[in-house]
Design a protein. Structure first.
Length: 212
């Protein structure tokens, strides 16, 4: 026969067992929650030297901020330059190709009259093909084109005109250029003031399929 003392002891044991079960369940849930939210998965990475170090991948973070006036101006100028390069780069490539063709024709021609005739014949072709297109360029685009011609040919526009049309023509067009705030003798400086243009040219060259 079970006495009152034994019955009370059994109830106490069941109560303690229930409390222990609840505590363990709470601890397990807490550990699972912490594992999924507060810890990172760490993997092993073996270096070329054979060392093993831990590595983890952090989620990306997107940072957004408003542009200052300085950077707004920079990107406005950059966009304007890129558009100008996009429009004028094919003309600079064409100028380089045509100059190479003319030079190949003139290499064995010493007679001045014959040289003038060959140059004049190519000049007529160029005017017919490019005059309408080039006259639609803005002054800014014209300046960019002169830079690109220098880049592609290795000669500035003054030297090119002087070579094919003589000193008087070169001096005349240089005067016109100065009046419009430009300079036929301007050099191309890809490592300095024209660094942005050089980066844009390489990007645009890929779009056109040129080697750049």
């Amino acid at each position: 026969m079970v006495g009152p003392l034994h019955t009370a002891l059994m109830r106490f044991r069941r109560l303690v067992g229930s409390l222990i079960f609840l505590c363990l369940g709470s601890m397990t849930a807490s550990a699972q929650s912490t594992s999924s939210q507060d810890t990172l998965r760490v993997e092993a990475f073996i270096t070329p030297a054979g060392d093993t170090i831990g590595q983890s991948y952090l989620p990306g973070v997107e940072v957004m901020a408003r542009l200052t006036g300085k950077w707004k101006d920079y990107w406005a100028d950059w966009t304007r330059l890129r558009n100008a390069v996009y429009v004028t780069y094919p003309y600079a490539k064409a100028a380089s190709r045509i100059m190479n063709e003319i030079n190949a024709q003139l290499v064995h021609v010493s007679d001045k009259k014959e040289r003038r005739r060959l140059i004049h014949s190519r000049e007529k072709e160029l005017k017919k093909e490019f005059t309408d297109k080039l006259t639609k360029l803005s002054i800014y685009q014209g300046k960019v084109l002169m830079k690109l011609i220098n880049r592609e040919t290795g000669n500035n526009c003054y030297e090119i005109i002087h070579e094919y049309k003589g000193f008087m023509n070169a001096a005349f067009w240089q005067t016109i250029a100065v009046l419009f705030g430009s300079n036929l003798k301007q050099a191309y400086d890809p490592m300095g003031k024209d660094a942005d243009m050089e980066r844009i040219v390489k990007d645009v060259a890929k779009m056109y399929g040129y080697p750049g």
